[in-house]
Design a protein around this ligand. Structure first.
Ligand SMILES: Cc1ncc(COP(=O)(O)O)c(C=O)c1O
Length: 483
């Protein structure tokens, strides 16, 4: 064991809160506006924190997507960009990094995660149709839990959605090592009920964002892939937070404690046929995505995706990205897997969750990228249709200038065929931590804000729509308070 490993072991095995494993050399000043100005700003935003202007936000925990710091190696790599329209050497570098890290051979860069989704979703459906002549009205896709854009792309292409989280996933009173796991019985029974020919793909989301950034175990990944292979259904790994998932496997799953993040990553990805990555999370870039296929088995689909890429994203050797951005991403994929970095990142989330729990705020067990507060439990007087998560997000902004999103009934939305609200197991508020952006004192400030909120919870009001968009409604919805 070298010195670097022993230092990180000291941090991961003790209760010492790890100091930031980096030096801050460029800073972005932030302002805290007055409570009266915050009230005005929130009203102008239609009581939707997503619609606030950044200048009115003090601590921005809306997302970890493209909002974190980049490393100096990533910044330096940008200068090496080859902006050739076709055959850019920056693309060659990115594909080589993908092959080296994940062992995937056929890569298409995209502008972000949803760019990859808009390519593979229709093409895997067409493949199934050609192979089995599927009935469009029966078409169903299954996931441990779909992220909202993956769900939306599947729905606008006519698929029914089945989420198959394990039973304990949303129970914030229960701890479990791998709450992101797929429920294998639901997976198998769905395939049997719908018929494998009507299932164009299975999506494994790692870590599982919607259940609280919770990891999926290696054994679950292996079993899902075995079931999918039995029925000849392609498995897509939705892998925005692949390195965090590998870290949890290393820390929690027997047999992996002495494996490196790189080794674990390679094995995780051997249980998929293609991956779709929003590189704005673990890969630490402000913009970027990747669609990649493991082998030539799906070469025809890859080629079709390349053709669609020309229309929707750009020529397939740059996708939606400039050459410099592909160089930066190639470096970011490696930076994401640094052991010391992951120790720090996951411990920061844990510090926040433990601090909140200590003052009586109900939270999902700590996951990878955010603290998830159980807003339904904290505000039992607000029914799901009046969105307790939105009400809590608004209160947190008014009290302390902290911006957060709801992850609950608003986000999960309506059944696209019946128009009915999809039942949501838990109403959560997500306090998302951008990478290397906020320090321990920011975490303490957030905990202090919840102390103030806790004293007045019964005065917090639910909300109702004044404008409800037809899809992905949380982005542009506007609300009024319910009296
Ligand atoms: C699991 C997961 N999949 C897909 C996406 C979509 O990626 P993007 O926002 O880059 O389009 C996200 C973004 O948050 C995500 O967390």
């Amino acid at each position: 064991m070298n010195n670097e490993q022993s230092a990180s072991t000291l941090v991961s095995r003790t209760s010492i809160h790890p100091p930031e494993p980096f030096r801050i050399r460029v800073i972005e000043p932030i302002d805290r506006i007055s409570p009266l100005e915050r009230e005005r700003a929130l009203n102008e935003a239609g009581l939707n924190t997503l619609l606030l202007e950044s200048k009115d936000v003090y601590i921005d925990c809306l997302t970890d997507s493209g909002t974190g710091a980049v490393t100096q190696s990533m910044q330096a790599a940008m200068l090496m960009g080859d902006e050739a329209y076709g055959g850019s050497r920056s693309f060659t570098k990115l594909s080589a990094a993908v092959e080296d890290i994940f062992d995937y051979q056929l890569t298409i860069p995209t502008h972000q995660g949803r760019g990859a989704e808009q390519l593979y979703v229709p093409k895997l459906i067409e493949l199934r149709e050609k192979k089995f002549g599927l009935q469009r009205d029966k078409m169903t896709v299954v996931s441990n839990f779909f992220f909202d854009t993956t769900q939306a792309h599947s729905q606008i292409n006519g698929c029914n959605i089945v989420n198959a989280p394990v039973e304990e996933a949303f129970d914030t009173n229960k701890s479990a090592s791998f709450k992101g796991d797929f429920d294998l019985e639901i997976l198998q029974s769905t395939i049997e009920a719908v018929g494998a020919q009507h299932i164009p793909y299975i999506v494994v989301t790692i870590t599982c964002n919607s259940v609280g950034g919770q990891p999926v175990s290696m054994s679950n990944l292996r079993q899902v892939y075995a079931i999918a292979q039995e029925y000849e259904i392609p498995v897509v790994i939705d892998c925005a937070r692949f390195a965090e998932n590998a870290y949890f496997i290393q820390q929690r799953e027997e047999g992996y404690e002495y494996e490196s993040i790189q080794e674990i990553t390679k094995e995780m990805f051997s249980y998929g046929d293609l991956f779709s990555m929003s590189a704005k999370k673990d890969a630490m870039v402000p913009i970027g995505g990747i669609l990649s296929f493991r082998t030539h088995e799906y070469f025809e689909v890859f080629r079709e995706c390349q053709n669609l890429c020309v229309v929707l994203e750009g020529f397939p050797t740059y996708g939606g990205l400039e050459g410099g951005a592909m160089e930066r991403l190639a470096v970011g994929l490696y930076e994401a897997m640094r052991q010391e970095w992951l120790d720090y990142r996951i411990r920061q989330v844990r510090y926040l969750v433990e601090g909140l729990r200590k003052i009586g705020i109900p939270c999902q067990q700590p996951g990878g990228h955010a603290a998830f507060v159980d807003a339904g439990k904290l505000l039992p007087h607000i029914p799901a249709e009046n969105f307790p998560g939105v009400a809590l997000a608004n209160e947190l902004y008014l009290v302390a200038g902290i911006r957060t999103p709801e992850i609950g009934s608003l986000l999960i939305g309506r059944n696209s065929k019946t128009g009915e609200q999809i039942p949501c197991p838990t109403e959560l508020l997500r306090i998302t931590l951008p990478r290397a952006t906020y320090t321990q004192s920011h975490m303490d400030y957030i905990i202090q804000a919840f102390r103030l909120i806790k004293d007045n919870v019964d005065k917090i009001k639910g909300v109702r729509f004044t404008y409800e968009p037809p899809v992905l409604r949380h982005f542009n919805a506007r609300f009024a308070n319910v009296e």
